[in-house]
Design a binder for this molecule. Sequence first.
Ligand code: SDX
Length: 432
Amino acid sequence: MPQIASLKIDEKEYPLAVMVGTEGERAIDTRKLRADTGFICYDQGYGNTGSCESAVTFLDGENGILRHRGIPIEQLANFSDFVETAYLVIYGELPNREKRKEFGMKLRQNAAIETQMQRIFEGFPTSAPPMAMLSSIVAALAAHYPQLATNNFERDLVNFDLAAAIAISKIRTFGAMIYRYQKGLPYVFPKQELPFCDNFLHMMFSDPYTEYIAEPEVARALNLVLLLHTDHEQNCSTSTVRTVGSSAANLFTSLSAGICALSGPLHGGANVGVVQMLQAIYDEGDDGTRFIAAAKMGTKANRLMGFGHAVYKNFDPRAKIIGKACEDVLKKLGINDPLLDIARNLEQAALKDDYFLSRKLYPNVDFYSGIIMRALGIPTSLFTVMFAIGRTPGWIANWREVASNPKGRIYRPRQIYMGPVKRDYVPMDQRA
Ligand code: SDX
């Protein structure tokens, strides 16, 4: 029996229904609060507010638990790969052999970028921020595939499978093309026979004379990095995708908005910030000790990037997995990256320091992801694009929940107005 919460304002009591999720999370249903009491809730940044019911990802920040459609991230990291996890997150179940083959074929068939779309790249300076390029080019998918982007939920859901495959596959190809364009290199076209990650690495590093063939451990490491980024509950960029999608905007337009949100340094841009921080510590001949002291000043400018999380008040389980993979991949590739030593020093120092422990600041997924991507030859400038490639299936799954919800509503939060009270217009000649 759902309990009833009670809100007392002055002498009057208001009963509020309690919602209970499948993992026992409880919420007070305040959908009638304003109508019944004239009050709204105030929760800056929505840290204590549920915006939706979702069945995609369960996250327990206190206990460092992350599951996609009920399957623990540790098991997916050990036994699955990015494409299979993308299918699970989007469609709700692990694919059987036939469905996995069909989904993989759809991704391979939609990897190439038509000539007209290629011309978009020429509109950007080669120094343009890759995420600014990516968000613009992904928005253009709605222009190039208007039949899949009608801004009508019913019609767009009929074509959902193809739109989803195009988004996942082409956003990966766009990533490689942005790299080539910025380096002044000719584009390398996808090869249908290559698996998802091998194809990305081929499009990044092959050239007209020698084809880049990824070592199995390199492709496996990239698979793991993308898999660990697939979805993460209602984070800033996923909530953005849901907000834009709630206006009945099509999938491509909503994904472009998610890419814009992800580009911020407090969110997806943190993996770039981590490597820049580690490089600066290395260049200054510091082993991390001086930096930790500065990070404890608590100013946004000196933050220990890759540490802390809006939800995890324990270890981010992805950080544990990727931290171990970092060691393994660098050892296998025979790479001795001094930044990894510095990262380890910072982690060990922070995990013994009361400033971090008292604020429950632990490594998050971004703390090691940049080091592993460096080892794979991916430039720092492309790290957040890699995060976007990995997060696309999660954004798609969330857009699909919004589009499929017959009782869904447009996202329209309220506010507490703190501006000037009513006053009259002042003609120009009477102004100070
Ligand atoms: C991602 O939401 C998601 O799920 C995101 C993500 C995903 O998969 O989508 O997990 C991906 O975005 C991971 C986070 C990447 N960002 C960073 O690593 C940037 C560094 N971390 C932070 O800026 C910060 O921890 C946030 C933004 C991640 C979380 O911010 P909160 O929860 O709003 O915490 P806060 O800013 O209120 O800080 C609380 C206290 C403050 O100190 P006091 O005012 O209490 O004295 O902790 C301090 C902060 O100064 N603090 C830090 C710190 N993070 C918080 N101090 C030093 N270094 C840090 N990294």
